[in-house]
Design a protein around this ligand. Structure first.
Ligand code: SAH
Length: 374
């Protein structure tokens, strides 16, 4: 009698507890899971045969029932400023992007959570690509694994990757369980061992899931704000209709109250004539008074093909920041990195086999617009 072979399990899909459970399930002691985990994340080893402190019989068994499978690199590019971008192949012609941003005192990896994004923020190139599916835990933590291996990351001292931000393609809270497991592996000492303040999740504002996240793990939170009044924010980010500013800010206040030693960073992308005027800065200052320990991160808009938005003028950006600082709001200006390889914020597009009609609709509108123009 022949039975269909059980598909092999990818060990990158498990956090520490899941890996222990898996080892028990295959009749092994749970501590073996920790031994293997160290090989995977500290030594970046994906071949059981090289795990010298694992017995021969167990190595053979593991080879039979499971594997360590990180995403495949289709393309990797380096920008003139040293920013790296990897295009990683997924199933069915999809691909996602991961970006590494080296700075003098840290190295930040920007990780994707979904193939495309369903939220349709008007100024985001991932949004314009529509949505295909959530990434698995293996596909999320696999991005860190691939980059770490490429960069020759070492654990603890002199790491190349000192920070991870869930700011690539997708809305991480919309893929809650898989993102949570992957962030547990980023934080775990037997994983990448990063402190809570060095792992950041950025959300467009899925309010109930912000509360759920604060229960589940200690990480840092960034919230994409982009407008401090509901009308404009709803125009730019349709999710604001479902979770308007008052609800979003209340969730942020709950987050800060529960994690008194942390703060929240509010991302504000500056678009010329849209959200960069004096009235907008006044609204933002007023809003930030409700969250006095939080910060603002200003991002000059990064253009992408087909967008109607433009980057604010340098002078307006400067004015905007100065007014916030004068009002006592801690404000940083994000330097644009990697824009010559389309690796800057909001430029990550990968290849999305769109399941929504969005990318087709946008293309049609652009074509109509172009024919009207002639
Ligand atoms: N979906 C999550 C994760 C994306 S993070 C979120 O919305 O927070 C990427 C950050 O870049 C977000 O703050 C996003 O709003 C911002 N962004 C998107 N498109 C951009 C663009 N074209 N230029 C500059 N920033 C952009």
């Amino acid at each position: 009698m022949t039975t269909a072979a059980t598909p092999k399990v990818n060990l990158l899909d498990f956090d520490r507890q899941g890996l222990r459970d898996f080892f028990v399930q295959i009749g092994e002691k749970p501590y073996r899971a920790e031994q293997v985990m160290k090989w995977i994340y500290h030594d970046l080893e994906d071949n059981f045969e090289n795990m010298t402190d694992v017995g021969k019989a167990l190595r053979a068994k593991l080879t039979e029932v499971c594997y360590i499978g990180a995403p495949k690199t289709l393309l990797d590019k380096v920008a003139t400023d040293g920013t790296h971008k990897w295009l990683l192949g997924m199933d069915s012609g999809n691909a996602i992007e991961t970006v590494y941003i080296p700075e003098p005192t840290r190295g930040t990896l920007c990780v994707s959570s979904q193939i495309g994004c369903a939220l349709n923020c008007q100024f985001c190139s991932t949004g314009a690509q529509g949505f295909n599916r959530n990434l698995s835990t293996a596909e999320i933590i696999g991005q860190v694994w691939v980059a770490a291996k490429y960069l020759g990351n070492v654990t603890h001292q002199n790491r190349r990757i000192t920070n991870v931000v869930m700011m690539g393609m997708g809305e991480p809270l919309a893929n809650f369980e898989n993102v949570l497991k992957a962030m547990k592996l980023m934080r775990d000492d037997l994983g990448f061992g990063l402190a809570a303040k060095r792992v950041t999740l950025s959300t467009a504002g899925m309010v109930p899931l912000i509360d759920q996240l604060s229960d589940a793990i200690d990480v840092s939170l960034a919230v994409s704000l982009h407008a401090a009044n509901d009308d404009l924010r709803t125009e730019l980010m349709p999710i604001n209709k479902r979770y308007p500013l008052a609800e979003l800010l209340a969730a942020c206040q709950r987050w800060v109250a529960r994690k008194p030693r942390t703060s929240i960073t509010f991302e504000y992308t500056l678009m010329k004539g849209i959200n960069d005027q004096p009235e907008h800065v006044r609204q933002l200052i007023k809003l930030m008074r409700k969250l006095p320990t939080c910060k603002v991160n200003l991002i000059p808009f990064n253009p992408f093909p087909g967008t109607q938005f433009k980057r604010s003028d340098a002078n307006d950006i400067h004015q905007f920041q100065t007014q916030l600082l004068n009002a006592g709001v801690l404000t940083m200006l994000r330097r644009t990195r990697g824009d010559d390889i389309d690796a800057a914020c909001g430029q990550l597009a990968g290849q999305v086999a769109d399941r929504t009609r969005r990318s087709a609709d946008i293309k049609k509108r652009q074509e109509e617009g172009a024919s009207h123009a002639v």
